[in-house]
Every structure is written in C-alpha cells, then in structure tokens.
Design a protein around this ligand. Structure first.
Ligand code: NCD
Ligand code: ZN
Length: 343
C-alpha cells in the first residue's frame, strides 16, 4: 500500500506540560490529532476543575492559528480529592476523566495516591457520575521488580476495583504486558486500555542492548518480546477495548541524558507514522483506523471525527531535536528515517 486515508485520529493519553515546552510540543500533536486526553501531572498537579479550565485556556492560547485541536482535560487524584470536586467535574463539559498515579510511580506522581483503597469513596462517585477512571497501573513497592510492577498492580489493586465498581469505566493506561492484555480482554466492556507506539515497536532490548538508550526509557518500562507481541495482537485485533494513546511525554535532553534520566518518550511529531509502521509490520494496516480513530471516541462517549488524514509511503528523516527555548527536546527515532509520512 502506498497511501492510507483514515478518519482523523485522537490521542487518548498525552503529556503537554506548560510554558516553552507546551509551545513546542502542542503544534506537533495538533497537526496529527483532532483531540487528546491531556494528562494532569504538572507541577503542581491539576487537581481541581478550576485549575483544569485555566490549563485548558493556556493550551488553547498556545495553539497555532486556525487549529481546531481540542484538549480534553483530566484531573489528578490525590488522597484529598473531594466528592464535591468529582461532582463539579461531572458538570463541566471540558473535564473528561480522573487519573490515578500511585504515589512515586512515575514523573510528577509524588502527590498521587498511596493506597488505592483510600480513594474508594471517590471511585464510587466516579461510577455514579459515569466519569472514566484512568489508571497508571504500577505498584511502587521497592520489593517488586520493575518488570513485574504492572502485573502486580492488576492482581493486587485493579482486580478488586473492577469487582467493587462494576459500572465504573476504567482505562488501563499504556499497557505493557501480556498479563495486562489478558486482564483487559477478560473484563467487561467498561474496561479498556491505551497502547503506545513504543510498546508496539520495541522490547527492552531497544533500551538496554549496545549501551543504555535513555530516549527509550519510559514508564511502565519496555518489556520482553513476548509482551510486545501480545500488545501488537491486541492492537490489531479489532477489539474496541484497545485504542491509541501515545503517552508522548517530553523531557529536556539534558534531563533524559542524565545519570538519573527522566521517564518518558517524546513521540508526538511522528506518532501516527510509528503506529502505521507497527500495523504494517503485522499486515494489519486495515485495522489502524478503528484503533486510532474510532474506539477511543466511542469509549469516552464522544462523536467520531469527520475529517480525514493521509499517510503516504515516503521516506523522511525525523528531526534530531527541537529548541524549546528552555533547552533541546529529542524525539523518539531522532535523526532516523521513517517510511510513512503524514501529509
Ligand atoms: C510520563 C511523564 O513524563 O509525564 N512518563 C512516562 O514515562 N510515561 C508519565 C507517565 O505517564 O507515566
Ligand atoms: Zn503518561
């Protein structure tokens, strides 16, 4: 296939940050996607409707002129999130979900929740108001190996949440394991998941073989090949529980290439191209549109987009970096060639 025309996709998991970083990364996403679920892990985190609406205005003000991109806002759950805040969120047309970060699990998660049981009254309210509950599914217990943290979270926390709140809509974010694919597949239709391009294309060798490659370091961490294959099978299955969420997570170059490098892959400028590469490698380009453009909107109860985008078989070179005004930002596949191009 030389050309692929699909309905304009949405990104159901995105980090935009603030300031110069926001101004640099937003046009990359707005060029590819019609809407995105904007993650709330800023410093300080977005915990109230008021903060989310003000962040939304900051995003709208940073959009390139004429862009129709729509940021879909989320709130960060803490141990002190109130029932009143959940109600207020349910009444705002701009707030689409709440996000759980286990405290200490990832970038800017220190204000997160120490024990998910702590927030069961809030989950009850999310269920009542039918607001999606987005989960970073990893335990932080130092005894648990980093490669097992997702599986253990599902077993020790998420299984009980699914049981206690059978009507709660849950998105298990950025799946990385076969165990997680099975968990989501076996749960009811209220449980869905996002899958990133890096977890479809790479296993942990990309991060660790031939020298440590910090731009492939994200959380949850890349896993073994067996898990990558399970994710690919889920993404190309046509099962509407699995949809696109890039988890594009920009960090300045000097903080990635560091003795204690930040977690997050920056994929926004080449996101659709990466997904096309992954689907093509598995002879499943015909399944890309459902995954990228339909299932997420359906799950969130939003209309599907009506315009389309075109990808062509054209070789191009990914820019080596972007100047944010605060430092350089290095994308995934920096300086490498890609074979699909969004035009
Ligand atoms: C994300 C970030 O940098 O905000 N990092 C990452 O590795 N994915 C946070 C997250 O989604 O875990
Ligand atoms: Zn993320």
């Amino acid at each position: 296939m030389e050309k692929l025309i699909i309905t304009r996709p949405d990104d159901w998991h995105l980090h935009l940050r603030n300031g110069g970083m926001l101004k640099t990364v937003l046009p990359h996403t707005a060029r590819q996607f019609a809407r995105a679920i904007v993650m709330p892990n800023l410093r300080p985190p977005i915990t109230t409707v008021e903060q989310a609406l003000s962040y939304r205005n900051e995003i709208l003000a940073a959009l390139p002129p004429g862009s129709a991109f729509e940021p879909l806002m989320t709130l960060y759950l803490t141990g002190s999130t109130s029932l009143a805040e959940v109600k207020a969120a349910s009444e705002s047309e701009h707030i689409h979900a709440f996000k759980l970060y286990p405290a200490g699990a990832t970038t800017n998660s220190d204000a997160g929740v120490a024990d998910p049981k702590q927030i069961y009254p809030i989950l009850e309210a999310l269920q009542k108001y039918d607001l999606p509950f987005l989960v970073h599914g990893e335990v932080v217990d130092p005894e648990i190996d980093i490669f097992d943290r997702e599986r253990v979270f599902l077993e020790t926390h998420l299984a009980d949440i699914v049981k206690q709140f059978p009507a709660l809509r849950i998105v298990v974010e950025h799946l990385t394991t076969q165990d997680a694919v099975e968990f989501v597949t076996e749960a009811g239709p209220q449980v869905a998941a996002t899958i990133t391009p890096q977890h479809l294309l790479y296993n942990r060798n990309a991060l660790l073989v031939g020298g440590i490659k910090p731009h492939y370091y994200c959380l949850p961490i890349l896993k073994r090949e067996q898990h990558r294959q399970a994710l690919v099978n889920a993404a190309i299955s046509g099962n509407p529980k699995f949809f696109l969420g890039t988890d594009s997570a920009p960090h300045l170059q000097h903080l990635k290439e560091h003795a204690c490098g930040c977690a997050g892959c920056y994929s926004a400028p080449l996101a659709l191209e990466l997904y096309a590469e992954a689907f093509e490698a598995n002879s499943a380009l015909d399944k890309l549109e459902g995954f990228a453009s339909f299932y997420g909107a359906d799950f969130y109860g939003l209309p599907r987009n009506s315009e389309s985008v075109t990808l062509t078989k054209t070789t191009w070179t990914v820019p080596t970096d972007f100047d944010t005004g605060e430092g350089l930002l290095v994308p995934l596949r920096s300086g490498e060639q890609l074979t699909w191009k969004l035009i």
